[in-house]
Design a protein around this ligand. Sequence first.
Ligand SMILES: [Zn+2]
Length: 147
Amino acid sequence: MANGLVIKCVSCGAKNRVQPHAAVERKPICGKCGVILPAPSMEPVIVTDANFAELVEGSPTAVLLDLWAAWCGPCRILAPTIEALARELAGRVVVGKLDVDANQRTAARFGVQSIPTLMIVKDGREVDRLVGLQSREAILQRLKAYL
Ligand SMILES: [Zn+2]
C-alpha cells in the first residue's frame, strides 16, 4: 500500500493522496480541479443519521466511530481517549462520534445494544467492533489493520 493519506476534494470529489506532513504544513491542492483540499480534522467529527452515508460509508479512509450518549458514564470516561486518537490519527482515520439517543436509526441499523460501542468502518462496511470502555492501546491494536 502506498504511503500518504487520502483527502477527498470537496469540490470535485477526487481522492488525492497527500503526504501527511504536507497536509499539515501547507495547503495541498486537488490534482484534478485545483481547489485547496480540506485539512484533516483534528477533532472527532459529529456523525448523525443524516450524514452517516457521506462521512462514514463514503470515507476514503477507515473510520473509528464512537457510539455514545450523554447519560452514559463510561462514554464520558472514553471521550478524552477518542479526542486524543482524533489528533493522533488525523488524516489517516476519520474519528467520529454518534449520539445514539439523537440518531436511533443508525444505532438500530447496526444493532448497537450497549454503549460505548466503537465501530471500525472501512470501504463502507463495518469491519470490527469494540464494546465497552477501552484503552487507547486496545483501540489502536484493533485499528492497526485498517490504517
Ligand atoms: Zn477537486
